[in-house]
Structures are given as C-alpha cells and as structure tokens.
Write a protein that binds this ligand. Structure first.
Ligand SMILES: C[S@@+](CC[C@H](N)C(=O)[O-])C[C@H]1O[C@@H](n2cnc3c(N)ncnc32)[C@H](O)[C@@H]1O
Length: 309
C-alpha cells in the first residue's frame, strides 16, 4: 500500500510494509535531506535547528548510534539509525518513547481527550494534568504538559515535581500530533530507549559505534530536566572510556555562549577532542581544536560541536 505523508517540506510517498493504515511502518523512509520530523515534544534546548548539520558531521559508516541525553531526540530523528540506543534520566520521557513504539493509540487518545477539554478551559485542565503528573509521574501526562507548558521548559523542583506554568500558545491539534507521531515512530523504529544515566548508556558503546552527547548546559540548565545530578567531570571520564573502546564521540556544548560573555570553566581534558565545529543556523565552520581559539567565537555562533576523531 502506498501512503502520502506530509513532511516538513513537501508530501512524500512511502510504502507501508508493516503496521496498519492508522499507525503505518514504512520501509523506505529516510528523506534525502535527513531533517528530523517536526517536533513531537516541545523541548527547550532541543537540537531541531542543528540536527541536519550535526547528522552530516557524524561518520556515515557506523555500527550503532548512541544518544545518552536523548530529550526530544532531534538528532536521533535526523539520523534514524539502523541500530540506535538512546537514554535519559527522565523516566516518564523514556516511557513516552516506549508508548510511541508499542502503544501509540494510548498516547494519542490521552492527548486528544485532554486537548478537547483544554481548548475550553486551558488553565483548569493544565493544572489538573500537572497535579496528576506530580502525584504519579507518567508518560501520558508528560506529553500533554510538554505540548502545553511555557516554552517547552521541562523543569523539575529538587523534589522531582514539575513546576512550569502554562504557555500562552494554542497546543497542536490532535490530528497534527498523530501525523508527527507516525513520522517519529518510523524514525525511531530501530532504537532502544533506556532509562538511565549517560554513564550507563555510554558504557555499552564499542568499536565502530558513534555517540552523540547533548548534555544540559551546566551554567543555565541546572534546574531543567533531570540535570541536578549532572557532573561534567563524569562526562569527560565516560567520553575518554568510549574512545579507549574505539567508539567515536561528538559533543554539543555551551552553544549559547557568545564572545565577551562569561566563560564557563569546563575543566575539559586538553587531549580529549581532536576538532571543534562552530555551527551557525545550519552552516558550520571547522577549526582545529585549540583552546586559545575560543576568543574567535563570533556573536553569530549558536552551537559548538566537539569531535574525538
Ligand atoms: C539539552 S537536553 C537534550 C536535548 C536533545 N538533544 C533534543 O534535541 O531534545 C539534555 C538532556 O539530558 C538529560 N539528562 C540530564 N542529566 C542526565 C544524566 N545524568 N544522564 C542522562 N541524561 C541526563 C535531560 O533529562 C535532558 O533530556
């Protein structure tokens, strides 16, 4: 059966080889431009805008793709790996990815039911769902909160409660969400999602694998996601161990930093990375890795990618 799917740019024809017409699984999926599908989750700090160029920077011939800080998975969506392993410390987020793969109807119907209520009484429904989530953190409420909260700010108190206020925007209609879910289901159909720290996820990477890391920005995201426990020194160690086992590691870091602004002391081991890329709205500038080059980062630089190869 052939099906027409709306993608970011133009409708594309795909062949359904498994699944039903409601939740089809395609076999020939990857659009040539390798854009991630439109966001499934609203997620502050996502790599949606940079995912194509990051994906193009990673080696083409790899065995397995690892993403230990997956969040909303923009780069994962662009890569659509043949074998993927993705992890995060937010349990309901990992459960959400599992629902998408195994029981998309449940996820969708919860969103649809609450969206219909929400458009009549946004504040009341938002606070009801936030309470329901905080009483018992779960993937279904998590998706709804991510789509309706202020700016996709996924923020937790120290006690693990979500505290983001309602956003001013109109959340996407259920049918649009379903279209996105279909696209994402296909992009992550070969990825295993695991709940756990980056150390656990990265410890499985071996020779021939690639690992893309997008950790929380240590200066500005300490109250976001599950970042309270994140320690950059442990990341340096995990990257070094991946290198020793023969895996290649790419790291996005401190993307918002501009020249002249406060320099954050990352204590980065000087020989850990070989190269760094400065990415500006889809274009990039490659430099040899030199610490003193930091003064050359221009005002327009929006993201920085370090490579171990
Ligand atoms: C900057 S976000 C990743 C955004 C992602 N690239 C995207 O496009 O949505 C960082 C992620 O790291 C996760 N995280 C924080 N501390 C972690 C840890 N110790 N181990 C694994 N994941 C962690 C957060 O929950 C969050 O989802």
């Amino acid at each position: 059966m052939l099906i027409k799917v709306k993608h970011n740019v133009a409708p594309t024809l795909f062949e359904i080889t498994r699944g039903d017409s409601r939740w089809p699984i395609y076999d020939s999926l990857l659009p040539i431009e390798r854009k991630p599908p439109p966001q499934l989750l609203k997620w502050i700090g996502n790599k949606q805008r940079f995912a194509v160029i990051i994906g193009q920077t990673l080696p083409k011939d790899y065995k397995r793709y690892f993403e230990p800080f997956v969040g909303s998975g923009a780069v994962l969506g662009a890569m659509s790996p043949a074998v993927g392993i993705a992890g995060d410390v937010i349990k309901p987020l990992i459960e959400l990815w599992h629902f998408l793969q195994e029981d998309p109807d449940k996820l969708y119907l919860h969103y649809e039911k609450n969206w219909k209520r929400y458009i009549k009484k946004p504040r009341e429904i938002y606070s009801r769902i936030l309470d329901s989530y905080n009483e018992s953190p779960n993937a279904l409420d998590f998706l709804f909160i991510s789509r309706t909260c202020y700016g996709g700010v996924i923020r937790f108190t120290k006690a693990g409660m979500m505290s983001t206020p309602i956003g001013p925007h109109q959340p996407i209609a259920p049918e649009s969400l379903r279209e996105r879910m279909i696209l994402w289901r296909n992009r992550v159909k070969n990825t295993t999602f695991t709940y756990g720290s980056f150390e656990e996820t990265m410890s499985k990477a071996k020779s021939g694998d690639i690992v893309y890391c997008d950790p929380p920005y240590i200066d500005s995201q300490a109250i976001l996601y599950g970042a309270q426990t994140f320690k950059i020194s442990n990341l340096w160690q995990a990257i070094s161990e991946c290198k020793e086992r023969g895996a290649k590691v790419a790291l996005s870091i401190d993307g918002k930093k501009k020249s002249g602004s406060r320099v954050i002391d990352l204590n980065m081991p000087p020989t850990l990375f070989e190269r760094q890329l400065y990415i500006n709205n889809g274009s990039s500038m490659l430099k040899r890795f030199q610490k003193k080059d930091e003064t050359m980062i221009g005002e327009n630089v929006h993201d920085r990618l370090l490579l171990t190869w």
